[in-house]
Design a protein around this ligand. Structure first.
Ligand code: KIV
Ligand code: ZN
Length: 515
């Protein structure tokens, strides 16, 4: 049996640090459950000291999952470690993930501490974390720009202090595959005790090498890889989970290792994370991009028809894409729909299925064929926004050359009908201005993106908006075959989310962090 490489997912922590991505607690719980179904070994749920919201999210994730280890990030400071430990109390298998910079640049300018002070803090804080939690991971931040003798010494020190996983981060995406492999081999040679514990890597993608760097060190003995869904993360992101996992699977003979990932859940996770964060996956993204399994050139198409392997190294089914060509449309029954949903990983009760079937039929009336991607969108929309303050009754927009774009909107707010019309710079702007006028408040739109969920002129348009307010960005999403309706739904979705957050804040549900 080949050895197993553990997958440490940090979508909810480093992934959420992607500019423009912010996830609320319900979204984090939903993603964490999906990550558990995917089979990840560790979920890094957040950085508890960073905000009360992050603290609560980590707590909520610990209660939502059973199988994976749940990690909370902490700087090498007592208050951080206490907060992480407190947030992790509900976890079956908690892990405190400590980090401290070790490169000359970071120690001098960021920490303003001497290497010997850093060494002492690392030892003391690792010991402190180990006095609370059995499972402590230590990351020497900016390891790839650290001096090797110092890096080896600090790794030795924290192992002695009790760390059971050493994670080597390429914090700024600076290293290359060959160089990183040498670094890991050197560390193993200088710190013999590394062979008795787990060695992990965490690579950023600034030079587009995060996946290659993560894979290069497997042959050197690394058995945990940190990654994120869709490669989200700080700046250019982290190594993409789907790329690392599918490379290890597709080139299993070369790497000689396996993971426990249920790869057929990958497409679903990618879609869920993209929707929740509002960050659209580029079409040519490896594994999960819309074009990853599409063939355009005639010669390629011809080859594929004769023998799929001529131009495909992976099977789309292995990541959970169209398993068969059973067409879902307006003539399909509940049974066929339920079966397809099961294949996509959704198991609905009788009542939920009945309600979902009605929504499916409405869509099928407007579209010739309902694709898996449409079902994902419809499902996410149904699960979204626990409590609706506003609902959209009607929207219409008129625009064209030589006329002022005008919109008419009818909303229901807590049982009360609000309707009116207005103008704007375009039909979407007219709709949003009209909604703002009806609600008597202006909203700051900081992001608007539209994409077709599937191909064809009858495709559903999926709109993602971002609204800024009170120091945070709120994402809303709406899908419809009419892009004006999709735009209005996305705006209303964001407003509903905002209401939920504001009412939580007003009722003082957000606990202040006790240090
Ligand atoms: O990039 C980095 O160094 C990190 C650490 C916290 C592991 O995210
Ligand atoms: Zn990172």
């Amino acid at each position: 049996m080949p050895e197993t490489v553990k997958i440490f997912d940090t979508t909810l922590r480093d992934g959420e640090q992607s500019p423009g991505a912010s996830l609320d607690r319900n979204q984090k719980v939903e993603i964490a459950r999906a990550l558990e179904a995917l089979g990840v070994d560790v979920i890094e749920a957040g950085f508890p000291i960073s905000s009360p919201g992050d603290f609560e999210s980590v707590q909520a994730v610990t209660k939502a999952v059973r199988e994976p280890v749940v990690a909370g990030l902490a700087r090498c400071q007592k208050a951080d470690i206490k907060a992480a430990w407190q947030a992790l109390q509900g976890a079956r298998q908690p892990r405190i993930h400590l980090f401290l910079s070790t490169s000359p640049l970071h120690m001098k300018y960021k920490l303003k501490k001497s290497p010997e002070e850093v060494m002492r803090i690392a030892a003391d804080m690792t010991r402190y974390a180990c006095s609370l939690c059995q499972d402590v991971q230590f990351s020497p931040e900016d390891a790839t720009r650290s001096e090797l003798p110092f890096l080896a010494r600090i790794v030795e020190t924290v192992i002695q202090a009790g760390a059971s996983t050493i994670n080597i981060p390429d914090t700024v995406g600076y290293t290359t595959p060959g160089e990183f492999e040498i670094l890991i081999r050197e560390l193993y040679a200088r710190v013999p005790r590394l062979k008795q514990i787990m060695v992990s890597v965490h690579c950023h993608n600034d030079l587009g090498m995060a996946t290659a760097n993560s894979l290069a060190v497997i042959r050197a003995g690394v058995r945990q890889v940190e990654c994120t869904i869709n490669g989200l993360g700080e700046r250019a992101g982290n190594a993409a989970l789907e790329e690392v996992v599918m490379a290890l699977k597709t080139r299993a003979k070369f790497f000689g290792v396996r993971t426990k990932i249920q790869t057929r859940q990958i497409a679903r996770l990618s879609r869920l994370v993209s929707t929740a964060t509002g960050i659209v996956v580029q079409p040519n993204k490896a594994i999960v991009g819309g074009n990853a399994f599409a063939h355009e050139a005639g010669i390629h198409q011809d080859g594929i028809i004769k023998q799929r392997l001529t131009y495909e190294i992976m099977n789309a089914r292995d990541i959970g894409l169209k398993e068969n060509r059973l067409v879902l449309g307006k003539h399909s029954g509940r049974h066929a729909l339920a079966k397809r949903l099961q294949k996509l990983g959704y198991h609905l009760g009788e009542k939920e299925l009945q309600a979902f079937f009605g929504r499916f039929k409405e869509l099928a009336d407007k579209k010739k064929e309902v694709f898996d991607e449409d079902l994902f969108a419809l499902m996410e929309e149904s699960m979204d926004t626990p409590k609706k303050v506003y609902s959209l009754e009607h929207v219409q927009a008129f625009s064209g050359s030589g006329m002022v774009p005008t919109a008419a909107v009818r909303l229901i707010k807590a049982g009360q009908v609000l309707q009116g019309s207005g103008t704007g710079d375009g039909p979407v702007d007219a709709v949003y201005k009209t909604i703002d006028a009806l609600l008597g408040r202006q909203h700051k739109l900081t992001g608007y993106a539209i994409q077709a969920i599937t191909g064809g002129t009858d495709a559903q348009g999926e709109v993602t908006v971002q609204l800024a307010g009170r120091g945070r960005v709120i994402t809303g999403r709406g899908a419809h075959t009419d892009i004006i309706v999709a735009s209005a739904k996305a705006y209303i979705n964001a407003l509903n989310r905002q209401e939920v957050m504001e009412s939580r804040r007003a009722h003082g549900k957000k606990k202040t962090l006790s240090k």
